[in-house]
Design a protein around this ligand. Structure first.
Ligand SMILES: [Fe+2]
Ligand SMILES: [Fe+2]
Length: 342
């Protein structure tokens, strides 16, 4: 079966969604409660989408072979995919999505003989029942409809994957978090003792959050990324704390086209209270990129810009925010009155 890229994306998307439904039904029925079977938040399972695309190619390649040889090939393909997925989930995301440890003939709980047998049956069902149905569905849908469906699913999956990866990347052990919080506080405290910076607490920034809450949150998350990536965290913390140093309620007052201008206002204000390095200036000046057109010059500026965009977006999505607010309140409690020059 010759497949073009749009064919691959459509079948990958469709079977990712169908596989998710199958797993939700199976696991929820077994556990008596609604279970999200995947690593990602959305209704798709990459393993099923990938498996379907690989099986489609395998069906073509194995055409004309006897059943025993096909069964062996399906066993290797499906069990191999299951093992690879289990390793990726555990190594990269520290998650165990299934555990066959109680099943006989299992390998580290990742694969087992019983489920490998089920996968072979499913592969045959795929070849003789599901694939003909899929080909009928694909033929009835227009190219545009298939492209729109695939575009929506793959885009959602990519965003979902990036968010889950980022959270996993920043996942800290309690001891590690304690050390990093102390390091952040040490770097942030001198600026947080400046009355000009503390004055940001008087301005509402997004919803119920003050501008001070916002800049501390951006500085803290950018600092965590900076540590993970080995960047200049002094510049990140100072630039991020000053990136929105302007003193007006941007929803009601201030200059026209605030979004395109406030980075320059913040930069002018920041220069009045401390000496900025070139990197710190770049962080403040480019934090609204791509609105500011010229891209960030330093990795530190790019990190702050991305984290700022992320924080702004998340401020308008209702969720449990206790994890991030903890750091903000800690910093504000510990900052104290101004007693140190920056
Ligand atoms: Fe801003
Ligand atoms: Fe901001």
């Amino acid at each position: 079966m010759k497949m073009t890229l749009p064919d691959i994306l459509f079948s990958f998307s469709l079977f990712s969604v169908l596989g998710y439904l199958l797993e939700v039904l199976y696991r929820s029925a077994r556990q008596g409660r609604l279970v999200n079977p995947g690593l990602l938040w959305g209704p798709y399972l990459i393993l099923y989408g990938t498996g379907a695309v690989v099986l489609m190619q395998s069906v073509s390649l194995l055409h004309g072979y006897n059943l025993a040889l096909k069964a062996l090939a399906y066993l290797v393909i499906t069990t191999g995919l299951e093992l690879a997925s289990a390793f990726i989930a555990q190594r990269l995301f520290k998650r165990r999505l299934w555990d066959y440890s109680d099943e006989p003939f299992n390998y580290r709980g990742h694969i087992c003989l019983k489920f490998s047998f089920y996968w072979v049956l499913l592969a045959f069902a795929f070849e003789y029942l599901i694939l003909p149905w899929y080909q009928g569905v694909a033929a009835r849908l227009s190219g545009d409809a298939r492209a729109i469906f695939a575009g929506m699913v793959v885009s959602a999956m990519l965003v979902d994957f990036m968010v889950v990866s980022a959270r996993s990347f920043l996942d800290l052990k309690p001891k590690e978090k304690e050390v990093l919080d102390a390091q952040f506080l040490e770097k942030a405290a001198p600026l947080l003792k400046k009355p000009e910076v503390m004055k940001l607490a008087e301005y509402r920034h997004h919803r119920q959050k003050t501008r001070l809450d916002h800049v501390v949150e951006v500085a803290y998350l950018s600092f965590l990324w900076g540590r993970r990536l080995g960047l200049d965290c002094d510049a990140i913390v100072r630039g991020a704390l000053l990136h929105d140093l302007f003193f007006y309620d941007w929803l009601r007052e201030g200059p026209r086209l605030h979004g395109f201008r406030h980075h320059n206002i913040a930069l002018r204000n920041a220069r009045k209270i401390i000496r900025l390095s070139r990197k710190e200036e770049d962080i403040i000046r480019k934090h609204m990129w791509p609105l500011t057109v010229i891209p960030p010059r330093y990795a530190e500026s790019m990190i702050v810009s991305l984290v700022d965009t992320y924080c702004c977006t998340m401020d308008y999505i209702p969720r449990n925010r206790s994890d991030r607010c903890l750091a903000v309140s800690t910093v504000r409690v510990n900052a104290g009155p101004e007693d140190r020059q920056v």
